[in-house]
Design a protein around this ligand. Structure first.
Ligand SMILES: Cc1ncc(COP(=O)(O)O)c(C=O)c1O
Length: 426
């Protein structure tokens, strides 16, 4: 079978049994010819054509440049179509078609996610988001009064709040790493965490990519140190799954939670919890079923009624991601960040608050301008250039967070640079 035909079949099949083929097939044909072209003769110009074709696979507004993909990402058309079709199908008789027919595909989705994570399907629970994944873990661990948890002020608010609640209810002790960021020396980050570890430390909570400014934390090395000391490791991977190119298995962590509606561009309200097999019986589910102690990752999926169409359409997002390829996507995202950040940092008064090293950053970066607040920058970019981004003022940083995605083209970033440049002169 030719690769093009196979590609089209994949895209169509990934939309599910119900997808009408014509719209999907014509997009697939366009995309597929671009891919063939690149494969024949890879060069930067043709690579750019490829990414322009990727942009066409999305339905993003031509009238607004979205540079806040860190919040939540849009879905490519093929994923939206899958959600629509699965929803119509379910509506024929929800308790039959949604629960007895569609739900059977859940195991294929689990396998697809496990392949991306480089782990076994028996370690993957499908849920709604990182908050649900990590709250399941935070509230599911047996911890006693006086047990210590090491975490950072740069973790995500929902997770910090969950730990604070455990502190209030159960008397555990939170030890806060006052991370000095941005940091380009991995060892210094590791030391900042290890300085707070004691014989009472039971858990290390690590955010893989810090949402405030885009710093990547050396998770693998930290987990190695924690494992030596018998400390449980929880990784917040909201921003890294299907963004940076890594395998969850490589980390040797105990838990890894992520939101699939971020970098995988899967349907809104889809997430994933990886749990090391040896932790499954020891972790209490947040929403237990008949046997909370059993050794089955599926015990973490007793979430009540939720959108099975969204969950099953994760399969289309995985297909789309695999069509680009994890390595090529990670490289492109890093390239886009560096394209604008390296030029912006040459402007007077501009500071990029994110490391530039590929090991310590991805697509997401924070920029500030002397004499301007983040809100000033956000307002100017939106009103003059129709660029949507988000102001972030946190722990001494005041600027905007810029997050392109695979559908972002260089000309969008040129407008961003123009907008930043205006502000350095105003
Ligand atoms: C680091 C981090 N963790 C967790 C979350 C929560 O994600 P969700 O709202 O999908 O649960 C976010 C959201 O942006 C985040 O940036």
């Amino acid at each position: 079978m030719t690769s093009r035909r196979k590609f089209i079949q994949n895209l169509t099949a990934s939309g599910g049994l119900l997808l009408s083929a014509s719209a999907i097939a014509s997009r697939a044909e366009t995309l597929s010819s671009a891919i063939d072209q690149i494969k024949k003769s890879p060069n930067p110009e043709k690579e750019d054509v490829f990414w322009k074709q990727i942009q066409l696979a999305y339905t993003v507004s031509p009238n607004l440049i979205n540079l806040n993909n860190g919040g939540v990402s849009p879905q490519p058309d093929v994923v939206q179509e899958a959600v629509k079709k699965y929803t119509s199908f379910s509506n024929e008789t929800p308790s039959y078609y949604m629960w007895r027919v569609l739900d059977k595909d859940r195991e294929a989705v689990r396998t697809g996610l496990a392949d991306l994570a480089g782990t076994s399907p028996e370690t993957i629970a499908i849920n709604r988001n990182t908050t649900e994944a990590l709250d399941t873990v935070i509230f599911g661990l047996d911890l006693e009064k006086g047990d210590e948890v090491v975490l950072s002020h740069f973790d995500y608010p929902n997770m910090m709040s969950a730990w604070k609640q455990r502190e209030m209810r159960d008397g555990i002790k939170l030890k806060w790493v006052d991370l000095k960021l941005p940091e380009s020396n991995k060892q210094k980050i590791i030391e900042q965490y290890l300085d707070l570890v004691s014989s009472k430390t039971k858990v290390l909570h690590i955010t893989h990519l810090i949402n405030w400014i885009g710093q990547v934390v050396p998770v693998k090395e930290l987990c190695e140190e924690a494992n030596k000391r018998g400390i449980i490791t929880i990784v917040d991977g909201a921003h890294t799954f299907a963004h940076l190119n890594f395998s969850v298995a490589d980390f040797n962590c105990d838990y890894f939670g992520t939101s699939l509606h971020k970098w995988l561009c899967a349907p809104f309200g889809t997430g994933m919890l990886y749990m090391n097999e040896k932790r499954i019986t020891k972790t209490w589910p947040l929403t237990p079923d008949h046997d909370p102690k059993r050794n089955d990752i599926r015990k973490f999926e007793n979430l009540g009624t939720r959108s099975i169409p969204a969950e099953i359409a994760i399969g289309s997002a995985i297909d789309f991601h695999n069509m680009i390829g994890s390595d090529r996507k990670a490289e492109r995202l890093y390239f886009l960040k560096n394209y604008w950040a390296s030029q912006a940092q040459e402007m007077p008064g501009v500071t990029i608050n994110t490391p530039s090293e590929p090991e310590l950053s991805g697509a997401l970066a924070h920029v500030s301008i002397e004499g301007k607040t983040g809100r000033d920058i956000e307002r100017h970019l939106l009103s003059k250039y129709r660029i949507h981004c988000v102001a972030i003022e946190y722990r001494g940083f005041d600027g905007v967070r810029i997050t392109p995605n695979v559908y972002t083209v260089q000309s969008d970033l040129d407008k961003l640079l123009q907008g930043l440049s205006d502000l350095t002169k105003a």
